[in-house]
Write a protein that binds this ligand. Structure first.
Ligand code: UTP
Length: 298
């Protein structure tokens, strides 16, 4: 059987409380970094990695996400009348041809693991990707998910993105411990265990999980059998731990790129600066403004 990743799941049914009051009306995944919403960056990364079915796990307040990927007939007509082919192109290019979107509802916010489980009827038994759009990963080369899919298809196993986090922050992450004394298999590290949000003194390492996963279909059985854990939510971390315990290969992968946690305010500000400084038109005026602000003249 081939191990091919064709489907990406975007669990976007959380409450987004850290962005209240904005997230009262605007889902945090629709917050822009320069001129694109977070969800567009994540969708681009999934498409680049070869995914052709995008599954959005939403709640009843997240219509904006479906609207965003839908055709905006009236807007397109107006732009056509104005002869704005450049803008029409921007509006129409949210997804390339051949990519389909499926929307699934999570009626109650019962945790990330539960949100992923809601995608089961669409995904089936195949390996699939999970992207949390509020983790925005910037890099100049191949996207983080494309890097991970390469590892997953080569190793025929699940792959979890990790990065080194400060020990005092382990309580905000899933933390992994490594098998084989941490010896790498190419660029992949075999995982021995994973634990959700351990206190710094109990954390088995400082390798923290970030919001990109490639998971074997077996994760659904593990999720269905996972009782509520930390925060009374069904934790994806607990189901991954069950996969490892069952002997399924799960790899940790240190991706190339810089992750911005846009689920909190500082991360969104930092990402906005990074993408603005990376933009040919915005770089000089952004730097000029930063200098004015820093020397107190602006
Ligand atoms: P977060 O921990 O960031 O929670 O969820 P949140 O609700 O989105 O934001 P805050 O903490 O209240 O500000 C991690 C990811 O899991 C999804 C979220 O949408 C986010 O992408 N999620 C979480 C669900 O889809 N359903 C849930 O029940 C919980």
């Amino acid at each position: 059987m081939t191990y091919k990743v064709r489907t990406a799941v975007f669990p976007v049914a959380g409450l987004g409380t850290r962005f209240l009051p904005a997230s009262k009306v605007v889902p945090k995944e629709m917050l822009p970094v320069v001129d694109m919403p977070l969800i567009q960056y994540a969708a681009n990364e999934a498409v680049e990695a070869g995914c052709r079915t995008l599954v959005f796990v939403v709640n009843r307040y997240k219509h904006a996400i479906a609207d965003y990927f839908d055709t905006a007939y009236e807007l397109e007509h107006r732009l056509e009348m104005k002869g704005r082919a450049d803008l029409l192109d921007r509006v129409r290019s949210t997804l390339p041809d051949g990519v389909r979107c499926v929307f699934v509802t999570q009626s109650e916010a019962r945790g990330l693991g539960h949100a992923v489980l809601c995608a089961r009827p669409v995904v089936g038994d195949e390996p699939f990707a999970v992207l949390l759009p509020d983790d925005l990963i910037w890099n100049r080369g191949k996207g983080a998910l494309a890097q991970m899919v390469e590892v997953a298809e080569r190793e025929r196993g699940s792959v979890v993105a990790v990065e080194d986090v400060p020990r005092e922050k382990t309580g905000s992450y899933g933390i992994v411990s490594l098998a084989d004394a941490g010896q790498a298999h190419g660029d992949a590290l075999r995982m021995a265990a994973i634990v959700e949000k351990p206190a710094p003194e109990r954390a088995p390492s400082t390798l923290g999980v970030v919001g990109r996963y490639v998971l074997s279909g077996g994760i659904f059985g593990a999720l269905a059998a996972t009782p509520p854990g930390a925060g009374n939510e069904i934790q994806l971390t607990d189901a991954i731990e069950a996969l490892i315990e069952a002997g399924d290969p799960v790899w940790a992968y240190r991706f190339a790129g810089t992750r911005y946690d846009c689920g909190n305010k500082l991360g969104l500000v930092q990402a906005t600066l990074r993408y603005a400084l990376d933009d040919a038109e915005l770089r000089a005026p952004t730097l000029a403004h930063l200098r004015e602000v820093l020397d107190g003249s602006g």
